[in-house]
Design a protein around this ligand. Structure first.
Ligand SMILES: NC(=O)c1ccc[n+]([C@@H]2O[C@H](COP(=O)([O-])OP(=O)(O)OC[C@H]3O[C@@H](n4cnc5c(N)ncnc54)[C@H](OP(=O)(O)O)[C@@H]3O)[C@@H](O)[C@H]2O)c1
Length: 285
């Protein structure tokens, strides 16, 4: 039996993982979250890791409010940077392998071809900078880590663009969506499956990996496809980033190359429309 501790277990990815591990007989997975399990509190972590002795820790805990982070810098860094550092230290001490989730927002979006793991990061906002600092702490402190950068996560759980669009379509006939930011919409359920695959592989090919669904589109394209698949007659209209001011700057292009994770773990990268189609028939809260 492989023992796994999941932090942020009530978040979007955490809930996808809960579902994904249900039929995994080889895995003993314990889901933790606030308020009892706070990754910014080293004392809590020490008590938990000493008692439960997991083999792996999957860190789904994060401060993910991209715009709010611009004014809540201290909190964003406490969770995304110091929290990651605390986990790295405790995992190192207890010889636990850490799977940590990071983001395409560590990049500045100046490239025009998909980002490689080795491309230099240069975050535009506090959220991306705090996640990058978390990555750096992990790399400095420990060896047995997988940092998996993902992008534009959505699912039937939590708050995300997909659910926001569906909610808006209940009350609006037309919706304006940014058409000059490009990236890879990624179904969190697919990411959850890949995280399990990495654990089950018992691989020691530690390092940074990019994982996202296949297909580079704009938020406008993403919205249009959501309404197409949900057979909604809402009209989606393209707008420019400049016409939709937000507190945080976002990369204009943050598509990622996934060859490394595909080759190392023999995972198939699903097309984003195919994955979106999988949840089309699910009940969305
Ligand atoms: N969502 C995206 O579009 C996206 C894109 C790229 C990468 N990512 C990364 O993917 C990972 C999963 O994201 P997600 O969408 O699942 O995020 P999420 O839904 O916001 O879930 C994060 C979870 O962490 C919890 N949490 C916050 N602070 C904590 C702390 N100090 N200690 C323990 N738990 C804490 C949150 O609890 P509360 O809700 O109570 O705060 C929540 O349950 C994150 O690392 C994120 O940076 C996300």
């Amino acid at each position: 039996m492989i023992k796994i501790a999941v932090t942020g277990g009530n978040g979007q990815l955490g809930q996808c993982l809960r579902r994904a591990v249900k039929d995994q007989e080889l895995l003993d997975v314990d889901f933790q979250d606030l308020p009892d399990f706070d990754i910014t509190n080293p004392t809590t972590l020490e008590a938990y890791f000493s008692k439960n002795k997991p083999d792996y820790c999957i860190n789904c805990a994060a401060y993910t409010a991209v715009d709010l982070a611009e004014t809540q810098q201290t909190l964003a860094y406490a969770v995304n940077a110091e929290g990651a550092r605390n986990l790295a230290e405790i995992c190192k001490k207890h010889q636990v392998t850490l799977l940590h989730i990071s983001t395409d927002f560590v990049f500045d979006g100046q490239k025009h071809t998909p980002y490689h793991e080795t491309d230099p990061p240069n975050p535009l906002g506090v959220y991306g900078a705090s996640k990058l600092q978390g990555e750096r702490y992990i790399q400095q402190i420990m060896d047995r880590f997988f940092i998996i950068r993902t992008s534009w996560l959505y699912s039937e759980f939590g708050k995300n663009f997909f659910k926001t669009m569906l909610k808006l379509s209940e009350t609006k006939h037309e919706i304006y969506v940014v058409a000059d930011q490009f990236g890879n919409p990624t179904y969190a359920g697919d990411l959850a499956e890949v995280l399990i695959k990495i654990v089950l592989s018992s691989s020691n090919q530690y390092g940074v990996y990019h994982y996202c669904n296949n297909g580079t589109v704009s938020w406008y394209d993403f919205a249009a496809e959501i309404f197409k698949q949900f057979k909604s007659d809402v009209e989606v209209k393209p707008i420019k980033t400049i016409d939709y001011p937000t507190a945080a700057r976002r990369p204009a292009y943050s598509a990622m190359r996934t060859n490394k994770i595909e080759n190392t773990f023999s995972c198939t990268i699903k097309n984003w429309k195919v994955s979106l189609n999988k949840i089309t028939n699910l009940r969305i809260d």
